[in-house]
Design a protein around this ligand. Sequence first.
Ligand code: HEM
Length: 141
Amino acid sequence: MTPDQIRLVQDSFHEVLPIRVAAAALFYERLFGIDSGLRALFLASDMPGQGAKLIASLSLVVHGLNCADTILPTVRELAKRHVTYGVKEHHYPILGQALIDTLAAGRGAAFTPAVREAWEAAYVLLASVMIAAAREDQLAA
Ligand code: HEM
């Protein structure tokens, strides 16, 4: 990611924060709209709490973009927990799509092509670290 892209992600994240409750609800609606089978993974969870966790973890990532090395251990542990939740590699692009769609709906015209590309780059980076960590964990098992 370029420094400009990191700034675009951080700025637009701060703009979404005031509407985070609505954004989280929209996100899960979109996620289950793309793949209703994913509901089964989240059955046991309290969805409002889950939305808050999602925003918290995005916040970690958004702020960590400037110093990727410091967030790597946290992201790797998060990835390992996701294996136990039943999350598979092919789920990552689906969640990424739901996230981008949610940001697009929440930000409207402010979600320019450059902002979209920056978020896509950030998500792909994060998802690839999580997928690699999950693979390593499974190989080691
Ligand atoms: C970059 C991508 C992702 C991030 C940053 C993320 C973040 C989180 C966080 C912070 C939690 C709270 C629990 C914990 O810390 O272990 C969580 C739980 C969970 N995530 Fe993710 N997640 C990501 C991708 C995914 C994907 C692709 C799926 C599957 C569609 C998924 C499904 C779940 C489920 C099922 C839970 C547990 C819910 C529960 O029962 O409480 N996540 N995620």
